[in-house]
Design a protein around this ligand. Structure first.
Ligand code: NAD
Length: 326
């Protein structure tokens, strides 16, 4: 049995589940494991230190899977501006056919570079107005990202229960639901709300193949749905991150009205990466979503995707169908 949606058809994948871009986690081991399990794995471009390193990572991923995989490119405020056009050129030259983008309108220039090469654009948005504007600009798939998500939920704070159907009412192209997904119940809910599949990030960080320290995965299992902090609200760049002493220091600094420069050393991505690798949770900051509250184990990606789809099918066939009274 399998679920067939506009997303599985368009992307040529078995399950309507796309691994979202994840800074420091979206490397070849992660993306190839998701693709081999029947979802769409995604390499995160900015995790690689240079466009040349991204080219090598794409080749490494190709050696690990013969299934489709994509690349994420996110344009948000950064401490050191990346060479976005250089990364985009590598994506084009490497023959990648699906790219997940997110972030500021500056990303449009990159779409214009990629579109003539037949690259499908999956654009992640946190508001219906942004989704419609991306659709008008010619993207192929919209991923609508609710307030539950890890990373940057935007500034409107609309949870998926409202945001997904609000987007589904207006967006005509295939729609992914993002933010708060990690099990079969969530997948069925996303489909019921009008999406054609789900984008998942945090759930994939608690898998055997995720390239992070075992202690960080165990902490995610131990955490509940209250285990995140919202930081950067005062800089209009809100981010949902795993809650720890270091993130509480950032929250306190923002309450005191301190500028980004006062917290930059605490939050810089390289520190987060060091902590994810060493297992020292308080060394740095990293993204985590509310789905943490529903993560209770550390399966392989294949076990996870098989379970999610089996759960979803059982809910549709047994539980929901059984409720129809006449
Ligand atoms: P970084 O070290 O440059 O910055 C760390 C954090 O601070 C990021 O969340 C960034 O957006 C924020 N930030 C930087 N300068 C800021 C400013 N002037 N005002 C407000 N906030 C500011 O980031 P990094 O870890 O090297 O990551 C590079 C980029 O990729 C960042 O923009 C980050 O948000 C983004 N990202 C992407 C994904 C993804 O899924 N692709 C996931 C997480 C982060």
């Amino acid at each position: 049995m399998a679920l067939k949606t506009r997303i599985t058809e368009m992307l040529g994948i078995e399950h309507p589940i796309v691994q979202g871009g994840m800074q420091w986690v979206g490397v070849a081991e992660m993306a190839s494991a998701v693709s081999n399990a029947g979802g769409l794995g995604i390499l995160t471009a900015l995790t690689q230190p240079s466009p040349a390193a991204l080219a090598a990572e794409i080749e490494r991923c190709r050696s690990m899977t013969d299934k489709p995989f994509g690349v994420n490119l996110t344009v948000l405020p950064t401490i050191n501006p990346p060479d976005y056009k250089g990364y985009t050129q590598v994506i084009i030259d490497s023959g990648i056919k699906i790219v997940e983008t997110a972030g500021s309108p500056a990303v449009r220039e990159l779409w214009e570079m990629m579109k003539p090469h037949g690259i499908r654009i999956l654009h992640k948005c946190t508001a219906v107005r942004h989704a419609l504007s991306a659709e008008r600009a010619g993207v192929d798939i919209v991923s609508i990202d609710g307030f539950e998500c890890a990373g940057h939920p935007g500034e409107d704070d609309v949870p998926g229960l409202i945001l997904i159907p609000a987007a589904a009412d207006k967006v005509k192209i295939p729609l992914l639901a993002s933010g708060g997904f990690g099990d079969g119940r969530g997948l069925v809910a996303a489909l019921a709300l009008g999406a054609d599949g789900v984008n998942m990030g945090t759930r994939f960080t608690a898998t055997v193949e995720a390239p992070i320290h075992q202690g960080i995965k165990d902490a995610m299992v131990a955490n509940d749905e209250r285990g995140t902090d919202l930081i950067f609200r005062s800089y209009r760049n809100t981010a949902r991150v795993a809650k720890k002493a270091i993130t509480q220091r950032v929250v306190a600094a923002e309450r005191e009205g301190k500028p980004f420069e006062a917290v930059a050393d605490l939050v810089k991505g390289v520190r987060g990466r060091e902590g994810l690798v060493s297992g020292d949770a308080d060394h740095g900051v990293w993204s985590a979503g509310l789905i943490q509250g529903l993560i209770h184990d550390i399966p392989t990606c294949a076990e996870l995707l098989t379970r999610i789809v089996a759960e979803a099918e059982a809910i549709i066939q047994d539980r929901l169908r059984g409720m129809i009274a006449g």
